[in-house]
Design a protein around this ligand. Sequence first.
Ligand code: ADP
Length: 290
Amino acid sequence: MKLEINNLSKQYSNGVRALTDVSLTIDKGMFGLLGPNGAGKSTLMRILATLQDADSGSAILGGTDVLNNKDEVRKVLGYLPQEFGVYPRTSAIDLLDHLALLKGFGNTKERKEMVNYLLNKVNLFEIRKKAVGSYSGGMRQRFGIAQCLIGNPKLVIVDEPTAGLDPGERNRFYNILSEIGENIIVILSTHIVQDVRELCTQMAILDKGKVLFSGNTDDALQQIKGKVWERKVDKAELSHFQNEYKIISSKLVGGKPLIHAFSDKDLNNGFTKAEENLEDVFFVKLNELA
Ligand code: ADP
């Protein structure tokens, strides 16, 4: 199954153009939608999750018109929104059971089996009887994934899922997601480059409602190969370098700025070639350095 998005546009009533002619082809596997805050990621995710209408364009999921057959799409969709509200006093097992019932699983025995299976899958079975409100951020996100998976979806959409998770929780979350992504389409929307680097083979970069890049992550890296240079500088020199070079990023390493610069030609002057990474691609595209 494939998701084909063609020329999707959306303008809010306050005049903000959240999406302009967005076209993407998304295959089975993990797809990373990377963009800074305000890029339009949530708007796109909500449209694909049938919660919002687009002004124009189309999205076709394996032959089904997403924008005009919402009920059809909802049967094969799992969605973890950015703000996932829960009933805090309800236990995970009861809440999941309730959500499965709402999704149309009327047969009690089958539903219970599915709920237990999902709680196991996201490693919450041991604490299934605890109130979801007492869960840590990571546990709550794992619960969010469990509810996404009710009914074996073909398309799973997760919006900024790792914000606020500590590294251990983030790893557990990554592992669950990548397992899911082996068989179905998973779209991961995030402003965190590391999420995409670790999980996704396909990706797009969105900024100001427009697609700046789409393709596989290796191709993205290939586009800047051999053109990223690095150098440690003194803090006092930083603005000089920012004026003289196409600076991709500047990070403190041991208290001293380490800059990455973009150049087709050799940069002498103390620069050495850096191993290009996805964060370089992100900033090169965002700041139109190439
Ligand atoms: P992201 O998820 O990448 O942070 P969003 O899709 O939330 O981006 O927002 C894209 C743009 O649309 C932003 O400028 C945001 O302020 C604006 N926006 C989002 N939702 C609404 C809304 N309901 N009404 C008006 N403007 C909105």
